[in-house]
Design a protein around this ligand. Sequence first.
Ligand code: C5P
Length: 308
Amino acid sequence: MLSAVPRPVTVRVPAKINLHLAVGGVRPDGFHDLVTVFHAVSLFDEVSVERADEPTLDVHGDGVAEVPLDATNLAWRAVELLAQKAGRDPDVRVTLRKGIPVAGGMAGGSADAAGALVALSTLWRMELGRDELSELAAELGSDVTFGLHGGTALGTGRGEQIIPVLARHRLHWVIALARGGLSTPGVFRELDRLRGDGDIPERPVEPVLEALAGGDPRQLALNLGNDLQAAAVSMAPDLRRTLRAGVNSGALAGLVSGSGPTCAFLCADADSAVDVATELAGMGVCRTVRVAHGPVNGARVVDDDEHP
Ligand code: C5P
């Protein structure tokens, strides 16, 4: 029998790390030109939307105290953008279940916005194509487009132009969550300050793409790099200790994820990731650790039997 009230739609959406992040100069719009390799890993947020009498936003999980509950929340801005496009009122309840660290440099807020776009366009049966959704995503933030796509992808522009990248093998990661957060604009500003008027150093992306195509994590480990890392470490000097501890625990390499302060450690295989995570957890250099793998899919509707 058809129900008169549509069921909630739930979307699962992953965190990202940047395997490569080359930051160029400041553009006239205040953003920086980027060349980055996004990689979606198996830490997820869930975004549910359902009809409601009043527009409502609920957030559950770790770090919720730092998540804005007002109109500045990126998932809510996604709802308003879609409502405007559909010419309807945003009469929905949005529920975010956070598994991605808040303000951690893993694009959790952007993931929620990508999830909200997919969930609400499904609830409202808007039948938007990939291109239309990507355009809306780009309006919301630099990392939202990647949240839709997932996988491993080359990002250019301010990060919103995405091309899938051939990545042959599953990669195994240990993710070290920090105690506080870092503000993304603050970290970009710190990088500009550290660079001063000097030349911007080159960071070529080709070796990373070749290592991904080859599928050898050791080769990839030699080529991971993030221009924002120096700025994040300058603002949160303890990260130096965390990065060293991960490598001393047996990781192939470690780097700050995006604007930080989360650190990601590439491991040789799944067993090694468990060993590194166990050792790192005992060293007191981070709030908590997670084991993850990538690449994983971008924002996807979760079936009822997966999510009763
Ligand atoms: O696009 P998003 O809202 O995620 O960006 C957050 C902030 O990060 C921007 O306001 C800007 O300060 C900085 N940013 C940047 N260049 C980029 C992406 C982000 O300067 N390409």
